[in-house]
Design a protein around this ligand. Structure first.
Ligand SMILES: Cc1cc2nc3c(=O)[nH]c(=O)nc-3n(C[C@H](O)[C@H](O)[C@H](O)COP(=O)(O)O)c2cc1C
Length: 190
């Protein structure tokens, strides 16, 4: 049976993004449970309501990739104690036009990292509020990851064992949530 499809959105357009590296490592953690695809947001034009009934090609592609996914993993840094603009722009395109909200009813898992002690917690909290308002069904719990230079090793794996186990637990619970919401028989998270 096909595995559920995970759309992975990284809240950074930086070439060496630590959140993209974390996202790729998390895809590896979930490889036996999900097929995953990183969905670009760096090519989306700045949101303009004038265009919401004649969506730019990149936006059509973006909304289509989200629509086809069984769940959405968002891995985001924190900018100025909130959601990075590039990610908020993608959220806004996803939400519009009225009646075509890409997020409603979609299972979501929010995490992210920054070098600060609270590991992008404020950005994640703001994003939780926004996505809940848009009808996304979010995985419970909190997954704030303080970035350390060895967070992801040269092989693309989470190096620290306790962080790896922490994130594995979230991925496993998210797979369970996605399974339940897709109407498949309940599967053990173990
Ligand atoms: C405009 C801007 C604002 C930032 N604000 C915060 C912040 O509020 N909290 C924080 O922990 N880090 C902040 N940072 C540092 C980012 O966490 C850091 O640049 C991190 O590498 C971003 O993740 P990325 O590599 O995935 O883009 C900020 C960086 C920028 C460029």
């Amino acid at each position: 049976m096909a595995k559920p499809l995970l759309a992975v959105i990284v809240g950074s357009n930086r070439r060496e993004s630590i959140n993209r590296k974390l996202a790729q490592a998390m895809v590896k953690l979930g490889a036996d449970k999900f097929d995953a695809r990183i969905v670009r947001i760096d090519d989306l034009p700045m949101f303009n309501q004038d265009n919401e009934n004649n969506l730019p090609t990149e936006v059509v592609r973006f909304k289509d990739e989200v629509a086809r996914a069984d769940g959405v993993l968002i891995v985001t840094p924190e900018h100025d104690r909130s959601i990075p603009a590039v990610l908020k722009n993608a959220v806004d395109w996803g939400a519009r036009p009225w009646g075509k909200n890409s997020w409603a009813g979609k299972p979501g898992f929010i995490t992210g990292t920054s070098p600060g002690a609270i590991g992008s917690a404020l950005a994640q909290q703001h994003l939780r509020s926004v996505m809940t308002g848009l009808g996304m069904i979010l995985l419970g719990g909190e997954a704030y990851v303080t970035f350390k230079p060895n967070l992801v090793d040269d092989h693309g794996n989470i190096a620290d064992e306790s962080t790896r186990k922490f994130l594995q637990d979230h991925i496993d619970r998210f797979a369970f949530l996605v399974g339940r919401l897709s109407g498949e028989p309940a599967r053990s998270a173990a």
